[in-house]
Design a binder for this molecule. Sequence first.
Ligand code: HEC
Length: 242
Amino acid sequence: MSRVSQSHRDTETQRRGQGDKETRGQGEKHISSRPPSLLLPVPLSPCPLVLLSLCLRVFVAITLALSAVACRQDMQDQPKYKPLAQSNFFSDGKSARQLVDGTVAYSPEATPTPPMADLSKMTTLPFPLTSQVMNRGQERFNIYCTPCHGALGYGNGMVVQRGFIAPPSYHTDRLRQAALGHFYEVMTNGFGAMPSYADKVAPRDRWAITAYIRALQLSQRAPLSDAPPEARAKLQSERQTR
Ligand code: HEC
C-alpha cells in the first residue's frame, strides 16, 4: 500500500474512532489541528472506573431495598374511620361529631312522594300539562336522552352510532301502551344498560320528559283527523307533494 493511501486510510479509520496504535501514530501529522480528545477516546484511569461501578452497585442495591420495603398506599386502603368506629381523637371517644339538636335531613326529593310501585303505574302527569311543561320536556329530552335514543326516539342516537348498546325504539306497541309512569321509573332507577338519571333530571322534569316522549310517540303515527281542522289542508297538500 502506498504511503499516501495508507495515510488516507488511517485518517478515515481514526475519524470513525477505530484506529489501532500503529496507524494512529502515522495518521497524527495529517490531522494534528484537531483536538486529540475528539479522535481518541480518553481512557479513564481504572480508579474512577472502579469507583463508578461501585457507586452504581450501591445505588441499585439501595433502590431495590427501598422498593422492597416501600410504604405504598392505595386509595382503596386509605386511613379512615368506619361509621361508629371508636377514636381517641375526640374526648367522647367517638370518631364523628354528634349532630346538632334540630338538624333535619335534606334531600331534593325529601317531599313525601308515593312509592315507585304506584308512580310507575300512573297514566297522567301529577300536575297539569301546559305548553311550558311540554317545551321543558323537549329541552330536557334533547339534552339527556337524544345521545342514545335519537331526536325522534328510534334508538339511533350518536352514542349508539359510535357503538353503545341500542335502546329499543319508543315506537313499538309495548312502549306506546306503557303507562307514563313507566318512563318516569326508567329515568329514576335506570333500566338494564341504561343508567339512572335521578341525579341529573329533577322529578318534575322527569314527568315533563314523559309528556314529551308521549307526544313524540303520537307524532310518528297520528292520523290526519287528529290534527286541528285548519292544519289538515296544509298537511294534506304536503303529503301529496312528497
Ligand atoms: C347512554 C345512553 C342512554 C341515554 C342517555 C338514555 N338511555 Fe334510555 N335506554 C338506553 C338503553 C341502552 C336502553 C335499553 C336498556 C336495556 O334493555 O338493557 C334504554 C331504554 C330506555 C327505555 C325503555 C325501557 C323499556 O321498557 O324497554 C326508556 C323508556 C328510556 N330508555 C328512556 C330514557 C329517557 C327518558 C332518557 C333521558 C332522560 C334516556 N332513556 C337516556 C340508553 C340510554
